[in-house]
Design a protein around this ligand. Structure first.
Ligand code: NAP
Ligand code: G4F
Length: 342
């Protein structure tokens, strides 16, 4: 049985990847952070009690800012494949927490690479690189496009990207960069724009919210489905040689278009409910991301399956179910979304 180590297993991508690898027969080891509230909602359905003979998911407390522990984990687990997805991944937040973002999102990658080098384990390493690294570079962006990062998050990812290349060359590690464009799902964090829109619009539809406040509606993104993108991560680690790949749909839409699609599907008047709040503007913005994933198509045989409209439908349908449950609880006199007895 192959063994995978996943950082960021509690995040959107980590949960889809864990599902995907379990389907391929892997044993999964995930790094999780200790929190005072539960942070494993996205993977609870995958977890089995460790006394269960069929248990194949093991969770380990740790943090990307602590190197010694990462080394110990890798030495103990000796994974065949490492998927490094953990990061402070919110671009706007990285302007508020630049030092922390540099430490976790940038140096976190170095700590893992050092752990591989020091333990000498034979493994394959996937780095969650980002289309944010292209920043101000004109579209379409491919593996050949020079980076022009526009945020502390993007700068940290550029550092991580180059340190992966350096360890690949210097120490002959099997280490790859997957340069993934934006990918979304019903499991997307609620402060990223797509999920913020689908959550708000479905709540507005059911009369539980009056307005949706957004920032820059003109920014354009190449949005795909996270479930499709984790397959590309796996494919990259199954190749003979470690290389870097762009993963994207090749289609771009503005935030306004995404929101109009969502509000239109719900027969809601976009102009009536959406307002601009400059607090959501960023000190420097990435205007247009549009990926050229020809290399991945040719070499990995990878293609996105879910279309832009399919993604909107999936997210709206799931958030409508959540909104209905929330409304039922509210009508029955319960506070929704509040798991604590206060
Ligand atoms: P996400 O939902 O924000 O998940 C981030 C994960 O990192 C969570 O599991 C989080 O744990 C963990 N994490 C954060 N700080 C950590 C720390 N100090 N130590 C250990 N773990 C930590 O992000 P995602 O959308 O799944 O993205 C996965 C990766 O791909 C990230 O590296 C992101 O930057 C990159 N990426 C994402 C996209 C995209 O469009 N989604 C595109 C390109 C690249 P908690 O659950 O405890 O917070
Ligand atoms: O959904 P976003 O926050 O995603 P962003 O900044 O593109 O970053 C995501 O994708 C990257 C890949 O390119 C990942 F590396 C990164 O980890 C993350 O997953 O914002 C998308 C666009 C931006 O232009 C932003 O300014 O939406 C605009 N926007 C407009 N109003 C908003 C809002 N973004 C957020 N989060 N909230 C708003 O109210």
């Amino acid at each position: 049985m192959k063994r995978a180590f996943i950082t960021g297993i509690t995040g959107q991508d980590g949960s889809y990847l864990a599902e995907f690898l379990l389907g391929k027969g892997y044993e999964i080891h995930g790094l999780i952070r200790r929190a005072s509230t539960f942070n494993t909602d996205r993977i609870d359905h995958l977890y089995r009690d460790l006394h269960d003979p069929d248990a194949r998911v093991y969770l380990h407390y740790g943090d990307l800012s602590v190197s010694g522990q990462l080394t110990d984990f890798l030495y103990a687990v000796k994974p065949d494949e490492i998927y490094h997805l953990g990061a402070q991944s919110h671009v706007r937040v990285s302007f508020d927490m630049p030092e922390y973002t540099g430490d976790v999102t940038g140096l976190g990658t170095l700590r893992l690479l050092e752990a591989i080098r020091k333990t000498g384990i034979k493994t394959r390493f996937y780095q969650a690189s980002s289309s944010e690294m292209f920043g101000a570079a004109p579209p379409p962006q491919s593996e050949e496009t020079p980076f022009q990062p526009q945020s502390p998050y993007a700068a940290a990812k550029v550092y991580a990207y180059y340190i992966v290349k350096n360890y690949r060359d210097a120490y002959k590690l099997f280490a790859t960069n997957g340069i993934l464009f934006n990918h979304e799902s019903p499991r997307r964090g609620e402060t990223f724009v797509t999920r913020k829109i689908t959550r708000a619009a479905t709540r507005i539809k059911l009369g539980m919210q009056d307005k949706l406040y957004l920032g820059n509606l003109d920014a354009k993104r190449d949005w795909g489905f996270a479930g499709d993108y984790v397959e590309a991560m796996w494919l990259m680690l199954q190749q003979d040689k470690p290389e870097d790949y762009v993963i994207a749909t090749g289609e771009t839409h503005s935030v306004r278009e995404f929101a109009q699609e969502v509000f239109g599907k719900l027969n809601l008047d976009f102009d009536r409910y959406v307002e601009i709040d400059p607090r959501y503007f960023r000190p420097t913005e990435v205007d247009v991301l549009l990926g050229d994933s020809s290399k991945a198509k040719k070499s990995l045989g990878w293609r996105p399956r879910i279309s832009f409209k399919g993604l909107v439908d999936m997210m709206v349908d799931c958030d409508m179910e959540i909104a209905k449950k929330e409304k039922t609880l509210l009508e029955a006199g319960f506070e929704s979304n509040n798991r604590m007895a206060v």
